[in-house]
Design a protein around this ligand. Sequence first.
Ligand SMILES: *[C@@H]1O[C@H](CO)[C@@H](O)[C@H](O)[C@H]1NC(C)=O
Ligand SMILES: *[C@@H]1O[C@H](CO)[C@@H](O)[C@H](O)[C@H]1NC(C)=O
Ligand SMILES: *[C@@H]1O[C@H](CO)[C@@H](O)[C@H](O)[C@H]1NC(C)=O
Ligand SMILES: *[C@@H]1O[C@H](CO)[C@@H](O)[C@H](O)[C@H]1NC(C)=O
Ligand SMILES: *[C@@H]1O[C@H](CO)[C@@H](O)[C@H](O)[C@H]1NC(C)=O
Ligand SMILES: *[C@@H]1O[C@H](CO)[C@@H](O)[C@H](O)[C@H]1NC(C)=O
Ligand SMILES: *[C@@H]1O[C@H](CO)[C@@H](O)[C@H](O)[C@H]1NC(C)=O
Ligand SMILES: *[C@@H]1O[C@H](CO)[C@@H](O)[C@H](O)[C@H]1NC(C)=O
Length: 403
Amino acid sequence: MCSCSFCIAAFHLLLGLWILCPSFTRTGRRLKGLNLVGVLPVEFANLTQLQELDLTYNLINGSIPKDFARIPLLKFSIIGNRLSGEIPPEIGNIASLEELILEDNQIRGTLPKTLGKLIHLRRLQVSSNNIRGLIPQSFWNLRNLSDFRVDGTNISGNIPEFIGNWTNLQTLYIQGTSMENPIPTAISHLKNLTQLVISDLKGGTVKFPNLSQLTSLQRLVLRNCLIEDRIPEYIGSFNDLRILDLSFNRLSGSIPDTFQNLFVQQETESMFLTNNSLSGQIPSWIAVISSRNIDLSYNNFNEGLSDFGCTQSNNINLISSLSAKSKSDSWCQMKDLPCSREPQRKQKIIDTHTHLLHCSLIVEEEVWSLMVVYMKGMILKVGKQVSLSHHRNGVTLQLVVHC
Ligand SMILES: *[C@@H]1O[C@H](CO)[C@@H](O)[C@H](O)[C@H]1NC(C)=O
Ligand SMILES: *[C@@H]1O[C@H](CO)[C@@H](O)[C@H](O)[C@H]1NC(C)=O
Ligand SMILES: *[C@@H]1O[C@H](CO)[C@@H](O)[C@H](O)[C@H]1NC(C)=O
Ligand SMILES: *[C@@H]1O[C@H](CO)[C@@H](O)[C@H](O)[C@H]1NC(C)=O
Ligand SMILES: *[C@@H]1O[C@H](CO)[C@@H](O)[C@H](O)[C@H]1NC(C)=O
Ligand SMILES: *[C@@H]1O[C@H](CO)[C@@H](O)[C@H](O)[C@H]1NC(C)=O
Ligand SMILES: *[C@@H]1O[C@H](CO)[C@@H](O)[C@H](O)[C@H]1NC(C)=O
Ligand SMILES: *[C@@H]1O[C@H](CO)[C@@H](O)[C@H](O)[C@H]1NC(C)=O
């Protein structure tokens, strides 16, 4: 943290250098992570040779000057600053723009429809801002997009069907918005997708979207999307899959046999299926794989892993995964944990820099295995007995144990 006048001076010095030496200013100009304070200098608008402006992770506030539309930028990135105000519609006039990356600021207002003119745009990332409203219809034009992210905004309405025409798309992040079901059927055309990450859709229940052609997927997250269906078998043949999160839906039926491929032959790292209505048998191969994160808690499986004690593995969460009528040697696998002693409270501080973390707590000689997915300042998923509170250095995880 630096809020000294030196930094302001340094900022102006650098600016001075740019203005004096235009050859400096063409490409690769980065001013990342320098704790620069102040506002975006309107003088930058006169840097008519500037192609790249990357001010990632500084402390810049104020708004984006509309005069910036005069800069022939290819890339504009201000991730992790304190910018407020709205996105000036004039930004849509920077015809050369290929990357517009505004993540992690306090930008308000809607996505200007003029951005639909930016046909060269490859990356459009506005996550973690106070942006609201719909995705403009004009965006059908953005066919060169390979990376589109609107996580943690209050964008609402449907995911437009026209994204099926963004055939270069590799990364789609729509987590924690106010958007609604259904997921457009045209998503099945996006064969180049490697990261499909959608959560918390509102509206009615839907079937599982047809992703059978999306064989390059590495990260497939459809969490809390009101999906009422069975898990498609074809997912088990996605050999590049690393993370699968289908938790908090209404998935029924069993875990497809094809999933053995992901964990025994391939190297899938994580599978989160917590809080669904999955039944059948908990697959026996789960007991033999190691160092993978598997969360099957809060389901309706009929048969557990009989010799799987509650202390056996740190990476596998089977808490309350079995239906009430099933039999198991491990009490902690049973639905509605059958115990009634005084609740205990345990605390642990979690490092917020870790994206995916797993922690175990020892409570009365049992290791309670809990997985918490933490990403970009948002808690995405916690188990029933856990509450979390944010504070300066991380997150306090409080476990309330009911037995
Ligand atoms: C930009 O350049 C124009 C013309 O050279 C000049 O009139 C104007 O004052 C400059 N603006 C800023 C903010 O430096
Ligand atoms: C920017 O932050 C500084 C303090 O760092 C404050 O004095 C100034 O009013 C802020 N400006 C705007 C436009 O928010
Ligand atoms: C789209 O991207 C391709 C490959 O990156 C490039 O050749 C093409 O010119 C781009 N089209 C537009 C309209 O920018
Ligand atoms: C987000 O948008 C929805 C729908 O437009 C609205 O009902 C809700 O109040 C907004 N939430 C916030 C935090 O602004
Ligand atoms: C997708 O592109 C095709 C071909 O250009 C066009 O006919 C169709 O209307 C587009 N779909 C949407 C939903 O924009
Ligand atoms: C998908 O990616 C491959 C290789 O990266 C590329 O050759 C192909 O054109 C892309 N497909 C589409 C529909 O963009
Ligand atoms: C999914 O799409 C593929 C390819 O277009 C098609 O063959 C298959 O029948 C579809 N599956 C369902 C369940 O609609
Ligand atoms: C499962 O999800 C439902 C709906 O999101 C929620 O009400 C319930 O508390 C969750 N159950 C657990 C054990 O997390």
